[in-house]
Design a protein around this ligand. Structure first.
Ligand code: ADP
Ligand code: MG
Length: 730
């Protein structure tokens, strides 16, 4: 691209006007879930008996028989055709991290030479997409080539455009999970079972415990034309080069600032469409970095929340295009300013309406609250390395440990109030505690925990796992990740912790100890055990890195090595004992994660090399020639010493350009060689390590020289849109 084109694109981007999104006359509550086949639609479109059966399937996990499925499909078809739907698809979440779909028309031969619209229970319940090109980490080659998708009735069917979308799990012929949803559902079942039993110590009527997830999606917007002029953005989702803008986020003027008009129109459009699809959007605001924003819905049951996040991410990209933007979901699109994450707000709640992670009114409520907090800490302590593995990726690796991002150590923040409660419980002796006397102050040493309001929980932004009043917030999840990866680990680890807790409490009860006393005894042990994971200080500091190492927490910073935790003995035992994943499934998953890691860096290295050689070096050389030309002209006009003095600055620039250019050319060759060496390795783990150790750092190193050239070379010649041009939507 010549610079005149760059200027034109920048100029056009700045002149673009917001698309007018007319106000709706209906209220959000009226068009919410308009395109979702939820219970309300089922009630209207299904026979009463079928409706009742479906409620049993959805609420209690009853199995769905084919007759019911046929009846449901008939009702669904009627509803969908009224909306102009012509196709249906199973919609699933393969391990590539996006979503996948294969559309089938509703049409069938009618036997009379014509066509008839048809949609059967079988089509609803099961499909056999040609799965051979989805990653399976070797599962399918060892077992069977086929993959099946099967309807998940817990997540309602919805309509997008002309298509009926059916959320499904994706499994191999022999039943191994090839997706995120299948193990997530198993993890949720495990935590339901374990938590229900523990909750019954306090509330005997509890029948079910639900895991809640409220995610906060951060993202950047960028003008579509500027995006198209950056080959690195197009192919990798981030800028591989680009000098920082003189002004970016240092004024803190973007966070919660006024939303630019074009962006406001995008947000409005997006929210309306998301609400129609049943995503309960609530919050929108500017984020810290320029052009960075956030959208958060109200929390939902975890399985549904994960589906809604996947759906929202694809909707964001679609709506952004309509508004002349690209939505950047990459964790670190721009160097030197904040990256994007996806806080996962997580809690457990009973079917009787009790939020298990929230303090309550009675001392017994508060003992339950402490139990669930302490066992969460146990889960995070035992599997802190695995939790980190669950969120790591080639893209999120740029964010972890960076500026204003969670550190690469998973610790938990509790705040002063809760810390004091746990300390007291740990230090007090049995007798003072169990002096049960009347309704008030049952736990003498633990005064009734005051209602923790959001305002007085100290909000430590540096903690990757923070208690925030009635839930924990796992902040290390990447902005483009499927939340399921983290939710599978967290919920399974919680199930394991609660199972162990109950076993030990029951043992004490069986030996004759009173229940409350038994619970406190076990809690006291656990508070001591999990202490190393509690940290309320500055998670970004170097002292913490040393301290965490001493405490035995995982401090690994290399992404491929973090992934080793998926195959730790404790990990395999945890997943197997909770019946969530087998060792084979874990192996497959790890292999896919490593492969994805390799491919991402491979693509970055390639496009980076191309840009250096085809875009940067030629332009630097051209500018250098102009300078040389100028020096020789000056010499032809002025005398020797005068000419020297007049050209001294240009001569320095000429030398600078030579040095940077030589460095870039030489090291791009080293980059290519490093890639070739890595590619020859057969073992996928070794290869990922080689990419991490030898390829990725070279890109960062060479980039510094490219960014220096950007400052030297005449702005008119520079081919790529600059940070200052990409980062400010007007
Ligand atoms: P923040 O101040 O961190 O931006 P918000 O108030 O925007 O927090 O809430 C973030 C998310 O947390 C929302 O999706 C909200 O619904 C969710 N949330 C609130 N309470 C809970 C809870 N008990 N369990 C799970 N998620 C929750
Ligand atoms: Mg938050």
């Amino acid at each position: 691209m010549s610079s005149s084109i760059r200027f034109r694109i920048v100029g056009e981007a700045f002149r673009k006007k917001a698309i007018d999104i007319p106000n709706r006359t209906e209220r959000p509550s009226e068009f919410f879930a308009k395109y979702v086949f939820n219970k309300e639609k089922m009630y209207r479109y299904l026979p009463a008996k079928v409706y009742k059966k479906m409620c049993d399937v959805i609420d209690n996990g009853a199995t769905l028989d084919l007759d019911t499925a046929d009846a449901v499909a008939a009702g669904m078809k009627k509803w969908a055709m009224e909306l102009g739907v012509t196709h249906c698809t199973h919609w699933f979440q393969p391990l590539t991290e996006g979503t996948a779909e294969k559309h089938d028309g509703f049409v069938e031969h009618d036997g009379k030479g014509g066509l008839v619209e048809e949609f059967t229970g079988k089509q609803l319940v099961q499909q056999e997409p040609d799965a051979s090109s989805f990653p399976s980490g070797g599962i399918r080659s060892t077992f069977e080539a086929r993959g099946y998708s099967a309807w998940d009735p817990a997540s309602p069917v919805f309509v997008m455009g002309d298509t009926l979308m059916i959320p499904t799990v994706f499994i191999s012929y022999t039943g191994e999970a090839l997706d995120y949803k299948a193990p997530l559902k198993k993890a949720l079942k495990a935590v339901d079972k374990a938590a229900t039993q523990v909750a019954r110590y306090f509330y005997p009527k509890v029948n079910k415990v639900v895991s809640n997830l409220g995610w906060e999606q951060e993202y950047f917007l960028m003008d579509a034309d500027l995006y198209g002029a950056r080959p690195d953005m197009l192919l990798t989702g981030r800028t591989l080069m680009g000098h920082s803008s003189a002004k970016d986020q240092q004024m803190d003027d973007h966070y919660f600032g006024a939303i630019p008009e074009r962006v406001a129109a995008f947000m409005k459009d997006l929210e309306i469409q998301a609400l129609e699809l049943g995503i309960p959007c609530k919050t929108r605001h500017n984020e810290v970095a320029p052009n960075q924003f956030e959208l958060a819905p109200i929390f939902e049951e975890t399985n549904l929340a994960v589906d809604h996040n996947m759906l929202l991410m694809s909707l964001m990209q679609k709506v952004a295009r309509k508004h002349g933007f690209r939505c950047l979901l990459h964790e670190k699109p721009f160097k030197g300013i904040n990256g994007s994450g996806k806080h996962n707000n997580w809690s457990l709640a009973t079917d009787t309406g009790i939020l298990l992670h929230a303090p309550g009114k009675t001392p017994m409520d508060n003992l339950r609250f402490i139990t669930f907090v302490v066992e969460t800490l146990m889960a995070v302590y035992r599997h802190n390395g695995l939790l980190k593995a669950s969120i790591i990726s080639a893209t999120n690796a740029h964010r972890l440990g960076g500026h204003e991002a969670p550190p690469a150590i998973v610790s938990a923040f509790l705040g002063a109030q809760l810390t004091e409660v746990l300390n007291r419980l740990e230090e007090s002796d049995d007798n003072t505690i169990f002096n049960l006397s009347g309704k008030q102050a049952i736990l003498l040493d633990i005064p009734q925990i005051p209602q923790l309001s959001r305002d007085n929980t100290d909000r430590n932004r540096t903690s990757p796992f923070a208690f925030t009043g009635n839930r924990f917030e796992f902040r290390a999840v990447g902005s483009q990740a499927n939340c399921a990866a983290a939710m599978i680990v967290l919920n399974t680890a919680m199930a394991e912790a609660l199972t162990s807790f109950r076993t030990r409490v029951d043992k004490l009860i069986a030996s004759g100890m009173e229940m409350t006393k038994a619970i406190i005894c076990v809690l006291r042990d656990d508070i001591k055990t999990c202490k190393p994971v509690r940290f309320d200080g500055n998670g970004y500091s170097d002292e913490w890195k040393e301290e965490a190492k001493r405490r035995g927490l995982d401090t690994e910073t290399s992404a491929p090595l973090m992934l080793d935790h998926y195959l730790d003995k404790e990990t395999v035992t945890m997943f197997q004992s909770q019946k969530v994943m087998t060792e084979g499934e874990l192996r497959a998953r790890t292999e896919i994660k490593l492969e994805t890691y390799i491919k991402k860096i491979q693509i970055e290295a390639r496009i980076f090399g191309d840009l250096c050689l085809n875009h940067i070096i030629p332009v630097a050389t051209r500018y250098q020639s102009q300078l040389i030309e100028n020096v020789s002209r000056v010499a032809s006009v002025f005398s020797g010493t005068e000419a020297k003095a007049l050209s001294s600055n240009n001569i320095l620039l000429i030398k600078d350009i030579s040095e940077h250019s030589a460095y870039i050319t030489e090291n791009v060759q080293r980059l290519i060689d490093a890639r070739k060496v890595a590619n020859r390795l057969d073992d996928v783990r070794e290869k990922a390590i080689a990419y991490h150790d030898n390829v990725a750092p070279l890109i960062e190193d060479i980039r510094k020289h490219v960014d220096k050239l950007e400052l030297i070379v005449d702005d008119e010649l520079w081919p790529l849109p600059k940070y200052r041009e990409m980062l400010f939507i007007r």
